[in-house]
Structures are given as structure tokens and as C-alpha cells.
Design a protein around this ligand. Structure first.
Ligand code: ATR
Length: 277
């Protein structure tokens, strides 16, 4: 029986068990997926415990995504570039660190905007935290022409632009000027906490945005943020953040259980429903 888990601290609110258990049941797999709380000062021991107990792999969430990097034996290109691991595959006691967040971000857009072609496009990324890193790497790997980064703390945007410039063209836009070049953007992505439950909304004037543009919010609580509502009102394609969460889990599940699971409307509904965990 293949055993998988999500490790983090706190871990009780993670949606990953509900998601992976749904697929385990749906595909009739003899496997388990559970939440394992591991505190920061016990990460190495905790991970060793999972290896010793024969786990096939695990997801990594807050606060261990960066701290686990030096503990893995091998790392994929995405995890190396993003500087964080969200998925570990255990093979003969060896740990392969992967990051599937960039895949989840891109695949979610592909599924919701069928004719999307990222090549040569210009994207505006709002925010410069951990989520922005995965989004920027995803966009650059898809060969967008330019990623414009804007952030309240401009130094963080500049640091990201400097870091990712070798991968592809990056430009910094001051937070106060984030709407100035909006008419040039093919994609606008919110990776900040603004718009999330318990945070203020993101005030962003979309009036100069092209009607062919796509607006993405990686926030999924609430599912429809003010940004997405205003995008829809303008007739612009709006992509919510729940799909990113669901699609980032696909390659992880496949690596552990050897079945590529499907993201369906039923799954979306189930994940949004209360209980079931
Ligand atoms: P995550 O891992 O989800 O990206 P994070 O690393 O804490 O979380 O990043 C949060 C992002 O939201 C940052 O870009 C942050 O801007 P700063 O770098 O200036 O802190 C942004 N953010 C949070 N609250 C904000 C606010 N009130 N106004 C503007 N940006 C905000």
C-alpha cells in the first residue's frame, strides 16, 4: 500500500488530504494520504520518520517549503528556480524534491482559457512573495516575452527581477504605477494577499486593459474576488485560484500512485463543500 502525506505546521487546515483522499477513493487505489504535523525544529527527524515508515512521498507546506530544500537528495528544475519544494517523491530512501506550483498555475489557465498561447505575451504580476516566484517561473518557462513585477515593497520586486532575468525578460513597475502600462498587458495576475478573506480588496482599475487579456487571481477564498468580478464585468476572461490548488496536486498524485488524476467540476464542488475530511 502506498502511503503519502502533507507535512507542515499547523496542518489541520490543509485541503490536501481532502483532495488526495477523493482521488484515492475515486480510482480505487490501495493507498493513504494524511496530514502530519511536523514542527520546524523537528523537520529532519520528521522526514526521516516518513522514510523509515515506508512513505512513497509527501507534500510540503508552510513553514517547510524552503527549509526542506537542503534535505532532499535531488531537486527538479522548477523547485531549484522557485527555491522551494512542495512535493517530495521517496525512492529507495532517496528524496526527490519537486515544485508543482508553476505547473498548477499554468495548467489551470490552459484549462480555463483553451486558446491561450503564452509565447511572446506580456504579463503583469502583482506581488513578490513565495506565490509570485512560482507564477513568474511558470510564465518564463512558457516563454512569455516579459514579466512585469509590481509590489508594495519595490525592493522585493527588484530582487525577483534580478534573480529571474537570466531565465527571461523581467521588468519592475512601482506599485503606484501598476495601472500605467496596463493596455500593453496580455495577462494580469494577483499573487498578493489582497482580496483574500480577512484582507482588504485589491483596488485595481482595469479600464485600460485589452478585452483579449486574461486576469488571474491565485486567491480562492473567496472564489470570486473584487478583481475577478470587475474583470468579468468588463468582458475579460477571469481565472480563479482554486484550479491552481487542484492542478498542482495532479503531478504529485501521479508520482506517488501512478495514475494521473482528473480535475473535474465535481471535484471543485466537493473541495468547496464543508466536511468530507
Ligand atoms: P505568499 O507566499 O502567498 O506569496 P507572502 O510571501 O507573504 O505570501 O507575500 C504576500 C504578498 O502580498 C507580498 O507581495 C506582499 O507585499 P510586500 O512584499 O510589500 O509585503 C503583498 N501584500 C500583503 N498585504 C498587502 C497590502 N496590504 N498591500 C499591498 N500588498 C500586500
Amino acid at each position: 500500500m502506498d502511503k503519502a502525506a502533507v507535512i507542515g505546521c499547523p496542518i489541520a487546515h490543509s485541503l490536501s488530504p481532502k483532495l488526495h483522499q477523493y482521488w484515492i477513493e475515486k480510482y480505487g487505489i490501495s493507498g493513504t494520504y494524511e496530514a502530519v504535523e511536523i514542527k520546524s525544529d523537528n523537520l529532519e527527524e520528521g522526514v526521516k520518520g516518513l522514510i523509515d515508515h515506508g512513505y512513497t512521498g509527501f507534500n510540503v507546506t508552510i513553514p517547510h517549503k524552503e527549509a526542506i530544500v537542503p534535505l532532499v537528495d535531488d531537486i527538479d528544475d522548477f523547485a531549484r528556480l522557485i527555491g522551494a519544494v512542495n512535493t517530495v517523491v521517496i525512492n529507495n530512501g532517496k528524496l526527490l524534491g519537486k515544485n508543482t506550483d508553476a505547473y498548477g498555475f499554468i495548467e489551470n489557465i490552459r484549462q480555463q482559457v483553451h486558446d491561450i498561447d503564452f509565447v511572446g505575451k506580456k504579463a503583469l504580476v502583482l506581488g513578490a512573495g513565495g506565490a509570485a516566484r512560482a507564477v513568474i517561473v511558470g510564465l518564463l518557462k512558457e516563454n512569455v516575452a516579459t514579466v512585469c513585477i509590481t509590489n508594495r515593497t519595490i525592493e522585493k520586486a527588484q530582487a525577483l527581477a534580478n534573480e529571474f532575468q537570466p531565465v527571461g525578460e523581467c521588468e519592475v513597475i512601482p506599485w503606484e504605477e501598476k495601472e500605467v502600462k496596463l493596455q500593453e498587458m496580455d495577462l494580469v495576475i494577483n499573487t498578493t494577499s489582497l482580496g483574500m478573506d480577512h484582507f482588504p480588496p485589491l483596488d485595481f482599475n482595469l479600464s485600460s486593459l485589452s478585452e483579449k487579456a486574461v486576469v488571474v487571481d491565485i486567491v480562492y477564498k473567496p472564489l470570486e474576488t473584487k478583481l475577478l468580478k470587475e474583470a468579468k464585468e468588463k468582458g475579460v476572461k477571469a481565472v480563479d485560484g482554486l484550479g491552481m490548488l487542484l492542478y498542482q496536486a495532479v503531478p504529485a498524485f501521479e508520482a506517488w500512485f501512478n495514475i494521473k488524476p482528473e480535475v473535474t467540476p465535481e471535484l471543485r464542488k466537493y473541495i468547496l463543500s464543508e466536511g468530507g475530511r
